[in-house]
Ligand binder design. Structure first.
Ligand code: SF4
Length: 364
């Protein structure tokens, strides 16, 4: 199977006419100047040097959130450049991310000409009130129209939503996920709101108007959203902003983040917590005193079952006095598991004397 690679190119929208409350485009992209064809070429060539093109599926991704809203001449130059790599057989596809109110039939026709395959829309919320409160400058109706146009014109549709926008509640966010699912995206990104320097949100935060979501609450909501999208087989391609020199722990050198539920392994916290819930649910269902649980998972899930810094193992021991044994099995699908209660307290003496000889078991 071919390995997938994404060559990310951040295209900031300097001079963007919109004024989203959370946005400081320069901080998010880690870039202070506009993207040019020459700079993009350097980025692509440097990436390609480190990738074996024959065995890879390579995508050029123009991130930044408002690609089709930037100067059309720059868009076309960048797309033409990316398309050259497709024609040369070095790259397979192009992806862009943009605003829902900058999608029209004409724009899509132009994107098609340059072989763009995937379009991600910055939705953020399905509530018009919250969109207005966040100065997004578009409505959910724009999202619906754009999503339909994108799919009808044969592109792959992606959505990005935020958790913790001003005045947004967990219920609003779950409602957003429900409405997005109806629009049939192939993939989603979920971003908990961080307060970034030099944004309107920072001002509201300093004035005590905006209270960021605590990390634990952001994890709880994201868990629910991940479950909802996963149940509908929608790929969850990101949970939490990408860690960069600027998007890092508030207070650390160069950090542009002032406050909010930042964690370098945010997605792992969400996924580990979901595994923890599944294990605890199993324990609670049994009318016995559980002493040991064996979870059989695909090797790629082992770290999430253990939890960040062994959090799940320690919590299970602290709260339930339960030992966690992890069994790796390639045959178990990623994300799936078999959870067995392997020791209960009434069997303690007999079980304790039996030696565990299965080499795949990891005692954590
Ligand atoms: S997030 Fe909003 S303000 Fe920032 S570049 Fe995109 S549209 Fe403009």
């Amino acid at each position: 199977m071919k390995r997938k690679y994404v060559i990310p190119i951040f295209v900031p929208h300097l001079g963007c006419p919109n004024d989203c409350i959370f946005c400081n485009q320069k901080s998010i992209s880690g870039q202070k100047t506009n993207m040019t064809k020459e700079k993009a070429k350097d980025i692509i060539d440097n990436y390609l040097k480190s990738i074996k093109v024959q065995n890879s599926q390579i995508e050029i991704a123009f991130y930044g959130g408002s690609f089709t809203a930037i100067d059309e001449k720059i868009q076309n130059e960048l797309l033409e450049l990316a398309n050259t790599y497709i024609k040369e057989g070095k790259v397979e596809s192009i992806r862009i991310s943009t605003r829902p109110d900058y999608i029209t039939k004409e724009i899509l026709k132009r994107l098609k000409k340059y072989n763009v395959k995937t379009i991600e829309l910055g939705v953020q919320s399905a509530s018009d009130y919250i969109l207005k409160r966040s100065n997004r400058g578009h409505t959910f109706e724009d999202v619906k129209k754009a999503s339909k146009l994108i799919r009808w014109n044969g592109f792959i549709l992606g959505h990005q939503m935020m958790v913790g926008l001003p005045e947004s509640t967990r219920k609003d966010e779950i409602e957003t996920a429900k409405k997005l699912i109806k629009l049939k995206p192939k993939m989603v990104r979920i971003y908990p709101v961080l307060v970034v320097k030099n944004t309107k949100l920072e001002k509201e935060y300093e004035e005590g108007i905006y209270k960021p979501l605590p990390l634990a609450q952001a994890i709880e909501t994201c868990k629910e959203l991940v479950r909802m999208f996963a149940n509908k087989k929608i790929d969850i391609i990101r949970v939490g902003l990408q860690n960069t020199d600027e998007i890092t722990k508030p207070g650390s050198e160069k950090s542009e983040v002032v406050a909010g539920p930042y964690h370098p392994a945010f997605r792992q916290l969400v996924e580990s917590s979901m595994w923890y819930d599944a294990i605890v649910e199993k324990i609670k269902k049994l009318n016995v005193k559980v002493q040991e649980v064996q979870v059989t998972v695909n090797p790629t899930d082992v770290n999430n079952v253990i939890g960040h810094k062994k959090e799940n193992v320690l919590k299970l021991k602290d709260y339930y006095d339960v030992d966690l044994i992890i069994n790796q099995d390639e045959k178990v699908k990623q994300g799936k598991s078999k959870i067995d209660i392997t020791k209960v307290y009434k069997d303690f003496k007999e079980e304790n004397s039996a030696e565990d000889k299965e080499k795949n078991k990891i005692k954590v």
